[in-house]
Design a protein around this ligand. Structure first.
Ligand code: C2O
Length: 517
């Protein structure tokens, strides 16, 4: 194993990823931000220098932080915000995780403004079933807003809502592929196309990450089937599809084989509109990119007619059915020893606020007193510990937890668990009625799963990682209005952890300046 060092400078900039200038918050002046590419078991040291106007915290999505839960980067749970002008060094050793993941701000809705990037971990001992390929490329897709997220959040949570109806989430303006998109209608379109050049007659791995804030994105390449081989860092049995649908925060690797006829093709990342509740004027959810074979004249563009052949909605494409994804190495989850049941709902409160609830709790980060710190008895300046903003599910020993979720809402929610991966044991319509989930064969294992409206889901995980871990809907707007619950696992082992003093010190600044609801 090696030590890999990175410097992240966070700042407010003006950018125009889809041809329209907008306020952004980015790392090292680029978006997507720098890619972290390391090997399994490496040590990763990232100095985050916050030169932006607001506080920040950077989360390494999908990694386990075993022994270093305080570097999980979750504001209000594993750290206070890094104040503007200050630095924090994240320093952790990777465990068994390998595959495709990403990092992003976990401070309010800041990631929506551009604090995102890819995190690739190469396996040190490839398994026999490991996919083989000639090239490796990143495809970071997602929806994008032209307005800074603070403003959108304020409008979303105001009594009249963003469009006059409380609870209607801000609808994005466009979509992007690797930070490039197009805005406007044909003829008056602005923006640029991401261009990928690949050799003919070869197998290419594309690592698709949805680093957007709200909607699923459907990805396809004209004339090229895709073989899914990885979901969220788990190798899966090869599954050939025409399009991959990726929820916010999910990742898929696909293999694409180029043929021997040199050509130019459209890549499509289509932002799915089914979650939107109003029309956003000017919305263009069809982000186009170009796949060009080497040797093809650089000025050639695909036949624009091809755009309409398959008009971007992906409607006629054979879609991946996530229920058919199976881990390449067979899973035998142990029996559950502890069960927690939660409900997901949205309610208008007495003071006309619109909030999200897990059971009867709507999460808010506690100012100056993150969960992990207060549990470890750190001497921070947290003020409001007496309120109904924290629901913490505890697990005394290394329990096998079944988490039963009843989604009572009319929306779909991509839920993510920190510190672990979970098995998807069972799912069905309506509320959970005691169905037996133990007979599932080789269930999919991952860290982000889309829970459809009015359905139940059982997720299982072995709670053997000491620390405080968030489980939340990854839609930026829902996280910000409280759709989050915490697990506090292995408390006895956690009690032996030493909190870095600089992190404790940063809480005293936050106590005075934090923006909490
Ligand atoms: Cu991608 Cu709570 O994280």
């Amino acid at each position: 194993p090696q030590t890999r060092e990175y410097n992240f400078t966070i700042s407010n900039v003006r950018g125009a990823p889809a041809g329209v200038e907008k306020d952004m918050v980015v790392v090292n002046n680029i978006w997507p931000g720098p890619t972290i590419e390391v090997n399994q078991h490496d040590r990763v040291v990232i100095r985050v220098m916050n030169r932006a106007q607001n506080a920040t915290a950077i989360h390494w999505h999908g990694l386990y932080q075993r022994g270093t839960p305080f570097y999980d980067g979750t504001h209000g749970i594993t750290q206070c915000g890094i104040p503007p002008g200050q630095d924090l060094v994240y320093n952790f050793t990777l465990g068994d995780f390998s595959g495709t993941t990403w990092w992003h701000s976990h401070y309010m809705t800041q990631y929506t403004d551009g604090v995102t990037g890819a995190f690739i971990v190469h396996p040190t001992n490839a398994t026999v079933s490991a996919p083989t390929y000639d090239t490796d490329s990143l495809i970071q897709v997602g929806d994008m807003y032209h307005t800074i997220s603070d403003k959108l959040l304020a409008a979303f949570t105001s009594p009249s809502g963003i469009d006059g109806t409380p609870g209607d989430e801000p609808v994005p303006d466009t979509g992007t592929i690797n930070g490039m998109g197009q805005y406007g209608v044909n003829g008056s379109q602005v923006g640029t196309c991401y261009k990928l050049t690949l050799a003919p007659n070869a197998t290419h791995r594309l690592r698709i990450i949805n680093s957007g804030s709200f909607a699923d994105v459907r990805f396809s390449v004209d004339g090229h089937p895709l073989t899914v081989v990885e979901t969220d860092g788990v190798e899966v049995a090869p599954y050939v599809v025409e399009a991959v649908q990726v929820s916010v925060a999910q990742r898929y690797s696909v293999l694409l084989t180029t043929n021997n006829t040199a050509g130019v093709y459209w890549m499509r990342a289509v932002v799915q509109e089914d979650m939107f509740t109003y029309d956003q004027p000017g919305f263009n959810g069809n982000a186009l990119g170009v796949l060009q074979y080497t040797g093809v004249d650089n000025s050639t563009m695909p036949d624009p007619g091809l755009v309409d052949n398959n008009p971007g909605t992906g409607k006629n494409l054979t879609l991946m059915d996530t229920a058919l994804l199976r881990p390449a190495s067979k899973q035998h989850p142990p029996k559950a020893t502890l069960t927690y049941k939660i409900t997901v709902s949205f309610q208008v409160t007495a003071d006309n606020g619109f909030f999200a609830f897990i059971n009867s709790t709507s999460w808010t980060p506690l100012s100056g007193s993150p969960t992990l710190f207060s549990h470890l008895g750190a001497d921070t300046v947290g003020a409001n510990t007496f309120d109904n903003s924290q629901l913490i599910l505890t697990s005394p020993n290394s329990e096998v937890i079944d988490l039963i979720i009843d989604n009572l809402d009319d929306g779909d929610h991509p839920f993510h668990l920190h510190g672990y991966k979970f098995w998807i044991m069972g799912t069905g319509d309506g509320r959970y009625q005691g169905q037996d989930v133990d007979d599932v064969v080789n269930p999919l294992l991952r860290d982000t799963h889309l829970i459809p409206s009015f359905t139940w889901t059982v997720l299982r995980f072995v709670a053997n990682n000491p620390g405080a871990w968030a489980f939340h809907c990854h839609i930026s707007w829902h996280m910000a209005i409280g759709l989050l619950v915490q697990f506090y696992t292995m408390p006895t082992e956690a009690a032996g952890l030493l909190l870095p003093q600089d992190m404790v010190d940063q809480c005293s600044t936050e106590g005075a300046s934090a923006r909490v609801r």
